[in-house]
Design a protein around this ligand. Structure first.
Ligand code: ASP
Ligand code: MG
Length: 411
């Protein structure tokens, strides 16, 4: 017998029929003898609908009142799911965040969980009930309703699992797991049985949007085993864990992430003297622009070229700042490029294997793809390339690192 926290997202509870399907699924686990706590989101589209309503009154609604309102979305689904469970003979009870006492700070619309009182839930479980908890919401010290930020139900699920010391936190969604790369780009992408928290964070922040990043961080910090599964299809999903077992079959690379969200800026011919990097990047960060990759090249004439990437939304802002820096420093020129993409190979296996980066470069060279920038970390190698080669690059790397599904086994 296990204690399992199951989180169902908005599309999984998007209609009364689906809520009844979720109830049937929960019943199956219950019939196996497991203790179940369910966390649900609002019905799909509901949170947006509520926010739109508020915006009809005010472009910038008071955050406290916005939380009072958007938290109702989840209050509807917990009650409906509890009713659906009771209807099929499963004793169940719903709890709002404040009834559980999911204590948060007072940062309305982006609150952080401080503490969870698990007593009442344990009592309900002991009495044989399934406990259905509203995701995304909590309560501050003064009793104000708070919410955790968009997509926050994932975090509720993980936090509850940590507080209850659950055996597993299962996130049910509309995909059947985490894939080696986006199956829309590589038809031979495969579902991963397992991935480490660290790898998942790299994959998530690099553009594979399966789970809220904050929830993965939380799960890693408290060692909560996390599983991503399809809401209405059978299957083992993908387990996200701490352990990096060294097995011969374990591929060196777990996945290939990519994004088209970045833009590249180059300032050419600045004096190669101490403090240059700071002179260039200081004003960029003062303008609230986050820099991702950075490359500096030294030329023969004691000048240097400096290239970095920023989010595409920050491109125009960064370009303006850089042009004024260039005038001040007497730089030769400023060049911007938005037609780039970043491709990364991710895998904890890199720690114990040499030559991973060169294998990546070889695969790209074979396709005649020019690498513009490179950055590495312990478990990741990223390159910037021309955007039009992105899909070709991802496919070539997927094959080169032996991630392709065997023929006939395309999922
Ligand atoms: N209902 C909230 C949202 O749409 C929270 C969630 O779905 O996780 O952002
Ligand atoms: Mg969601």
């Amino acid at each position: 017998m296990a204690l399992i926290v199951q989180k169902f997202g908005g599309t999984s509870v998007g209609s009364v029929e689906r809520i009844e399907q979720v109830a049937a699924k929960v019943k199956k686990f219950r019939d196996n003898g497991d203790d179940i706590v369910v966390v649900v989101s609002a019905m799909s589209g509901e949170t947006n609908r509520l926010i739109d309503l508020a915006k009809q009154i005010s472009e910038q609604p008071v955050a406290r009142e916005l939380d009072v309102m958007v938290s109702t979305g989840e209050q509807v689904t917990i009650a409906l799911l509890a009713m659906a469970l009771i209807k099929i003979g499963v004793p169940a009870v719903s709890y709002t965040g404040s009834q559980v006492r999911i204590l948060t700070d007072s940062a309305h619309t982006k609150a952080r969980i401080l503490q969870i009182d698990s007593q009442s839930i344990h009592k309900e479980l002991k009495a044989g009930r399934v406990v259905v908890v509203a995701g995304f919401q909590g309560v501050d010290e003064d009793g104000n309703i708070t919410t955790l930020g968009r997509g926050g139900s994932d975090t509720t699920g993980v936090a509850l699992a940590a507080a209850l010391k659950a055996d597993e936190c299962q996130i049910y969604t509309d995909v059947d797991g985490v894939y080696t790369t986006d199956p829309r780009v590589v038809a031979k992408a495969q579902r991963l049985d397992k991935i480490t928290f660290e790898e998942m964070l790299e994959m998530a922040s690099l553009g594979s949007k399966v789970l809220q990043i904050r929830a993965v961080e939380f799960a890693g910090k408290y060692s909560v085993p996390l599983r991503v599964l399809h809401s209405f299809q059978e299957g083992p999903g993908t387990l996200i864990t701490l352990d990096e077992e060294e097995s011969m079959e374990q591929p060196i690379i777990s996945g290939i992430a990519f994004n088209r969200d970045e833009a590249k800026l180059t300032i050419r011919g600045v004096p190669d003297t101490p403090g240059v990097a700071f002179k260039i990047l200081g004003p960029i960060s003062a303008a609230n622009v986050e820099v991702d990759m950075i490359v500096q090249n030294v030329a023969h004439d004691n000048t240097t070229d400096f290239t970095f990437t920023v989010h595409r939304n920050d491109y125009h802002n960064a370009l303006q700042v850089l042009e004024s820096i260039a005038r001040e420093m007497g730089a030769r020129e400023v060049i911007g490029d938005v037609d780039i993409a970043k491709v990364s190979i991710v895998g904890v296996g890199m720690r114990s294997h040499a030559g991973v980066a060169s294998r990546m470069f070889e695969a790209l060279a074979k396709e005649n793809i020019n690498i513009q920038m490179i950055s590495t970390s312990e478990i990741k190698v990223s390159v910037v390339i021309e955007e039009k080669y992105l899909e070709l690059a991802v496919r070539a790397l997927h094959t080169a690192f032996e991630l392709d599904a065997p023929a006939g086994k395309v999922e």
